[in-house]
Design a protein around this ligand. Structure first.
Ligand code: ADP
Length: 374
């Protein structure tokens, strides 16, 4: 069995996966409000709660797989954790101040609890290590960018990789032959152009703020807005709050959950209607841009909370793209997924397949961990 730990700043998600296979018994849980007055005091306590729940001290574990958000330029693949790897993850903290320290705390506590098994770090950025230089490079002063490690790293990589593989299986074709646009639309959202199983362009950048409109993040902005607001007196912490919490759908119409946005829009709410339209417009721009990056396109793949569940987002994002062979079949699109399986929502014979593929980041981390140790 492989234990997967996703240790966030205030929550710990855990799951026991049977030998990296989807069908085995999978026990899972979530400890929330770490460090808050009504929650557990710290990550050590959270992991003790998970350990009690799973009988971890005696569980027949093969390994522990850890989600780590930022691998910088150093970590291009899952990596067995030792002290040097921990130190390197700590050094990357300035690139992901909300995530890497929490990921590392989870690793350290888990290593003390189960020093007898290998611990593997699986990085959100690793899948995007293949971005070609023209896609990874910002047109900034080259010396300054090099000094600060400023480049496009990309995120959600574990999900993009997993979903691309499952889409190929659904289509019954080798991943190596396929050009895909994968749209991971959850609370955070990102698009990736995948050529032959490799990420060649992705919408999140140096941080997970760039690209698509998200629940509480704005995605693409004119950077001049930030310097303008700084001169108007907003400091870095205030801008961080604006960009992380108070923008995106929440900033536009007051709610971040797409279900609430769609309900308000259906009731005629003008702000929710504009928010939905802004979200869709951005998504369409990325589909068009990534089609151009890829040239031939074989499939558009929707995943994560919004991508898997919102038929109206899928339909609106791809509406009117028939000239590119992209079509959505209304009945297939509206039909439910039937226990969360991958499915086709384009009409038979369409030049470009449109698919809905449920993501499963914990299972993907277990698979990558098992594969590394094999
Ligand atoms: P996270 O990015 O936190 O992992 P998920 O991938 O689980 O998030 O996506 C969560 C989001 O999915 C919710 O905030 C909500 O906007 C959206 N969502 C979930 N179910 C539906 C639905 N039936 N229709 C539209 N949106 C949905």
């Amino acid at each position: 069995m492989i234990l997967v730990l996703n240790s966030g700043s205030s929550s710990l998600k855990y799951r026991l996966v049977n030998s990296g296979e989807a069908d085995g018994p999978q026990r899972r849980g979530l400890v929330e409000r770490i460090g808050e007055p009504d929650g557990v005091p710290d990550h050590a306590a959270a992991l003790r709660a998970a350990a009690d729940d799973l009988d971890l001290a005696t569980a027949p574990l093969r390994a522990v797989g850890h989600r780590v958000v930022h691998g910088g330029t150093r970590f291009r693949a899952p990596t067995v954790v030792d002290d040097a790897v921990c130190a390197a993850i700590a050094e990357l903290a300035p690139l992901a101040p909300l995530h890497n320290p929490a990921n590392l705390t989870g690793i350290e506590v888990a290593r003390r609890l189960r020093p007898d098994v290998p611990h593997v770090a699986v990085f959100d950025t690793a899948f995007h290590a293949t971005l070609p230089p023209p896609a990874a490079t910002y047109a900034l002063d080259a010396g300054l960018a090099a000094e600060h490690g400023i480049r496009r790293y990309g995120f959600h990589g574990t999900s993009h990789r997993y979903v691309a593989g499952r889409a190929a299986a659904l289509l019954g074709r080798p991943l190596a032959e396929l050009n895909l646009i994968v749209l991971h639309l959850g609370n955070g959202a990102s698009a990736t152009a995948v050529r032959g199983g490799r990420s060649v362009e992705t919408s999140m950048g140096f941080t997970p703020l760039e690209g698509l409109v998200m629940g509480t993040r704005p995605g693409d902005l004119d950077p001049g807005i930030l310097t303008y607001l700084m001169r108007a007196g907003l400091d870095a912490a205030t801008l961080d709050g604006l960009l992380q919490r108070d923008s995106g759908m929440a900033g536009l119409c007051g709610v971040n959950d797409m279900r609430a946005v769609e309900a308000a829009r259906a009731g005629g709410d003008a702000a929710a209607t504009l928010a939905f339209d802004v979200y869709i417009h951005r998504l369409r721009k990325y589909v068009g841009a990534y089609h151009a990056v890829l040239g031939r396109l074989d499939a558009v793949v929707f995943t994560a909370g919004v991508g898997e569940n919102s038929a109206s987002v899928r339909a609106a994002a791809l509406d009117g793209l028939g000239m590119w062979g992209i079509e959505v079949d209304p009945a297939r699109n509206a039909a439910g997924g039937g226990r969360g399986g991958a499915r086709l929502v384009s009409p038979n014979g369409a030049r470009v397949a449109v698919c809905v593929v449920p993501t499963d980041e914990e299972l993907a981390i277990a698979e990558e961990t098992a594969q590394l140790l094999r």
